[in-house]
Design a protein around this ligand. Structure first.
Ligand SMILES: [Mg+2]
Length: 237
């Protein structure tokens, strides 16, 4: 497995916000479903901060992201204002963003273990398809959904296209993917670190706080302490 995604940079911008993407060869009739958040869960980074670095506004966006993940501000409002800070960033710089992304320790082992047990892996993100469309399939994720960044003349316009993937949209993705796979919600696991993951963690049969903010740890079914996704393997059905 590559350590980074720079060499795999391919920017996909077609399709609607709500259309899920599926990896080729997704197993039919999964036994169970594991849905992960992306930023600070599937990967170590917050992608919006990496993109903001390209505009010289990384620190400012990082502070705003931290507040949103703690649940101190409305996620959609915060995301819109943070994406405004990305205006003018060239899409061509996404290759550099991808090269900085670090998969979370244990992610390969967890995804392999889910597949070995006949499960399916989903990722739903308040981040962006423009990055996740490269990262998710490279990690073996079966289905994923995120926000989309509007682009004009090769530059980000500072606007999110379509409906925002917020806490409620994350919960909807868990329900929808479970229904599609004929998996009862009792056989779903949702894993996240931020306040916008709490709704999907409540909907899932098991909600795991991973690398998580205090508000998330307080409401999770279980808190995974080490930042290593292998810790989740013994919890798989
Ligand atoms: Mg997160």
């Amino acid at each position: 497995m590559p350590r980074t995604f720079g060499s795999a940079a391919s920017v996909v911008s077609a399709g609607s916000t709500q259309a899920p993407r599926y990896r080729r060869g997704v197993p039919e009739n999964p036994r169970f479903l594991v849905v992960l958040d992306a930023d600070s869960t599937l990967i170590r980074n917050e992608v919006i901060e990496l993109i903001a670095d390209e505009a010289g506004r990384g620190a400012e966006v990082a502070a705003a992201t931290e507040a949103a993940m703690r649940g101190e501000v409305d996620f959609a409002t915060s995301l819109r204002s943070r994406v405004e800070a990305l205006r003018g960033v060239p899409v061509a710089s996404f290759a550099r963003v991808l090269s900085r992304i670090q998969p979370t320790p244990g992610v390969h082992e967890l995804i392999a273990a889910v597949h070995a047990r006949g499960g399916r892996v989903g990722v739903v993100s308040g981040g962006f398809h423009e990055i996740l469309d490269t990262v998710a399939p490279a990690l073996g994720v079966d289905v994923w959904r995120a926000n989309r960044l509007a682009v004009r003349d090769g530059l980000l316009t500072g606007v999110v296209e379509g409906d925002i993937v917020d806490a409620e949209a994350k919960a909807s993705a868990v329900r929808e993917w479970a229904t599609e796979g004929n998996v009862p919600l009792t056989r779903t696991i949702a894993i996240g670190d931020g306040a916008n993951d709490l709704r999907m963690m409540a909907v899932a049969g098991l909600g795991l706080a991973f690398n998580a903010k205090p508000a998330v740890r307080a409401q999770a079914d279980l808190v995974v302490e080490p930042v290593d996704l292998r810790e989740v393997i013994p919890l798989l059905p």
